[in-house]
Ligand binder design. Structure first.
Ligand code: KIV
Length: 294
């Protein structure tokens, strides 16, 4: 296992994020779901890493985020932890792991801190979920909120679509965000909200707001690593900008390997281990004579 490279960068704290907001320094957040990706985002110098429940569709092959379990996310989060030194690590509480009661929410949040080494957890929704957030914060775990499009409850929201597109729905987003802020969330994700609505809501927010498809006026941005790097070529939401085409490069590499194996171009002497000639001689001397074919 390789460890994250040492750098002079200090670990990102909640205080640092609040300072960045106050100074107008944009906060960079991405998802990561495994150890190699953690090393990449550490080296790239991002501020916050989310082990998102989007691991469900990006690495576990589920249709959406609903089926992913706490155990699955804990394993991924622990792998990410081992690759990170400086960014703040946030673990996403999966659907069904926090909604039923404050006790359930606190229990799951503690597992992310104790078993996976996360610094904080994230949950989706306002309303009653703001009360879950309050309970988790009181139990000693920092909480990031998430409003607007909340994929765990997308069906109830009418599908994967922008939220807050009428005055009433926009007001609902604001109320959810205010409830989470009041409950003690240290930051809130705004997902898929019209930019003008975000601008209007920002005037009421005192904690760092991290946007994904919410325009440019938030305190930071988050994207799913697999979307921004083009690790898959599935549906690309409107708010995603692709910075690389990693899947094409991976297919190119594996195709070239397969071709080399099939044409016996790989391996060559440079990929083979040697043995001293006298040892080889001794080995051959010990072997029974070749059988000759009849
Ligand atoms: O799970 C996830 O990737 C997320 C981000 C979209 C914020 O919640």
């Amino acid at each position: 296992m390789s460890s994250p490279p040492r750098s002079d960068r200090k670990p990102i704290t909640l205080t640092k994020l609040a300072e960045m907001r106050a100074l107008g320094e944009p906060i960079v957040m991405v998802t990561a779901y495994d150890h190699p990706s953690a090393l990449v985002v550490e080296q790239a110098g991002v501020d916050v890493v989310l082990v998102g429940d989007s691991a469900a569709n990006n690495v576990l092959g589920y249709e959406n985020t609903v089926p992913v379990t706490t155990e699955e996310l804990l394993m991924l989060a622990a792998a990410v932890r081992r690759g990170l030194r400086t960014p703040l690590l946030v673990g996403d509480l999966p659907f069904g792991s926090y909604e039923a009661s404050d006790a359930q929410a606190i229990g799951t949040a503690h597992r992310f801190i104790k078993e996976a080494g996360c610094d904080a957890v994230k949950l989706e929704g306002g309303g009653a979920m703001a009360e879950r957030a309050r309970a988790i914060v009181r139990a000693g775990v920092p909480v990031m909120g998430h409003v607007g499009l909340t994929p765990q409850t997308a069906t109830a929201l009418g599908g994967y679509r922008a939220q807050g597109r009428t005055a009433e729905r926009a007001r609902q987003v604001l109320d959810d965000a205010l409830a989470l802020q009041e409950a003690g969330c240290f930051a809130i994700v705004f997902e898929a909200i019209p930019a003008d609505v975000t601008d209007t809501i920002m005037a009421h927010m005192e904690v760092p707001i991290i946007g994904i498809g919410a325009g440019a006026s938030t305190d930071g941005q988050v994207l799913v690593l697999h979307d921004l790097l083009g690790i898959h070529d599935g549906h690309k939401p409107k708010f995603v900008k692709r910075y690389a085409d990693v899947k094409a490069e991976m297919v190119r590499g594996v195709t070239a390997y397969a071709e080399d194996v099939r044409t016996r171009t790989f391996p060559t002497a440079e990929h083979a281990y040697g043995i001293a000639p006298e040892e080889l001689e001794r080995l051959r001397a010990k072997l029974p004579p070749h059988r000759t074919a009849v």
